[in-house]
Design a protein around this ligand. Structure first.
Ligand code: ADP
Ligand code: MG
Length: 360
């Protein structure tokens, strides 16, 4: 069962980026307003996430890293409307199975300034609980030797350390930019990488809940030039197959889904935009995701106005939770939006208007 656990874990945590994603989302779920991510040797040696969230209640110590333990899901019906990032209780248990060590230091607001250090074995079993260290309310999770139990994947991580680190950093940029992260409460996000004892700060935001201030914090005030608010709103007709899946069987039935898109994008200017698509970030209800067709739509429309360049994009698709199906891909990166084709059409129309009105 150890090896089966390792295989299924390897589907939840597929690379450095998803490891970081799971840990950051746990901090966000815990209501953190400050999150520090520390990499050592690009994350190959260790990743440490320090938050000021709720902390872990002592009654949960034994179970937090066991498979399928989650403190977030009240009932199965909640799955279609979950507002927390995590809900399957697989991240910590997967990390335990895939790393040399997983150490947690945590304190709730009543326990602080005293925290407890927890260590788990590969099966996620609590193996040591040593108190009492100084800890403000919150949780620190430190993982070392990611993928050591999977030699091939470990080799890959070591070989591509910089690229893998770049992907993780890109995801942290997305969290820094998310327009409506968790009730619009800003999160102070810091990220550093220490190589051979030398620490360099990679990213720092001040916690202002605005995409513009984060954009400026990430790439300098110049990055705000020619940026306009992306504020779109349109209706999407639910496709027949979706209605059928939802149990709506009447022949003439129809249902439209209201979609709002909020964020920032490049204004159309000659020579504007960017030559690459590295600064394009997409979210569904505040969750970073990779909707490749949506990204393609943005680029296509922008390019019809501006022959070669691509726009900067921060776009959060705000849709009713019952039109989402978030329980599909194990790494949760793929968020499926029902009726995607009609959505793309409506989006393109709205973008064409947007870009033509921002035409310089
Ligand atoms: P999930 O997020 O799906 O519930 P995880 O394996 O990611 O599952 O986490 C298991 C549990 O550990 C969470 O439900 C939560 O109770 C606790 N936990 C993990 N990380 C943190 C954190 N940073 N702050 C507070 N609690 C945490
Ligand atoms: Mg989680």
């Amino acid at each position: 069962t150890q090896s089966i656990h390792r295989i299924t874990s390897g589907q939840v945590v597929i690379d450095l980026q998803t490891a970081v994603k799971e840990l950051v989302e746990n901090s966000l779920d815990a209501g953190a307003t400050s999150i520090e991510v520390r990499f050592k040797e690009y994350g190959v040696e260790s990743i440490e996430i320090i938050d000021n969230g709720s902390g872990i209640a002592s009654g949960d110590y034994e179970a937090v890293a066991l498979k399928h333990h989650t403190s977030k899901l009240e009932s199965f019906e909640d799955l279609s409307s979950v507002m927390t990032f995590g809900f399957r209780g697989e991240a910590l248990s997967s990390l335990c199975a895939l790393c040399d060590s997983v150490t947690v230091c945590t304190a709730t607001s009543t326990e602080a300034p005293i925290g407890t250090v927890l260590e788990f074995d590969r099966a996620g079993k609590l193996v040591s609980k040593s108190g009492k260290v100084a800890r403000q309310p919150g949780t620190t999770v430190a993982v070392t030797g990611l993928f050591k139990p999977l030699p091939v994947r470990r080799k890959e991580l070591e070989r591509n350390a910089k690229r893998e680190f770049g992907k993780a950093l890109n995801l942290l940029n997305a969290y820094a930019l998310v327009p409506c992260a968790k009730e619009n409460k800003g999160v102070r996000l810091t990220c550093s990488n220490t190589i051979k004892g030398r620490k360099t700060v990679q990213l720092r935001t001040d916690g202002t809940p605005s995409s513009r201030s984060s954009l400026s914090a990430l790439w300098g005030p110049k990055a705000l030039e020619n940026i306009v608010d992306l504020d779109l709103e349109f209706d999407v007709e639910a496709e027949k197959s979706v209605l059928r899946r939802q149990g709506v069987l009447d022949k003439g039935a129809s249902r439209s889904i209201r979609v709002r898109v909020s964020g920032l994008t490049s204004k159309f200017v000659v020579g504007g935009g960017r030559s690459g698509t590295d600064r394009q970030f997409f979210f569904v209800n505040g969750r970073p995701c990779l909707p490749s067709k949506v990204q393609k739509a943005f680029n296509e429309v922008y390019r019809t106005f501006n022959a070669t360049q691509s726009p900067f994009v921060v776009a959060d698709f705000i849709v009713p939770t019952d039109s989402l199906d978030i329980n599909v891909s194990p790494d949760k990166r793929t968020v499926f939006i029902h009726s995607e084709n009609s959505l793309i059409q409506a989006l393109k129309t709205a973008l064409e208007e947007k870009f033509s009105s921002s035409r310089a």
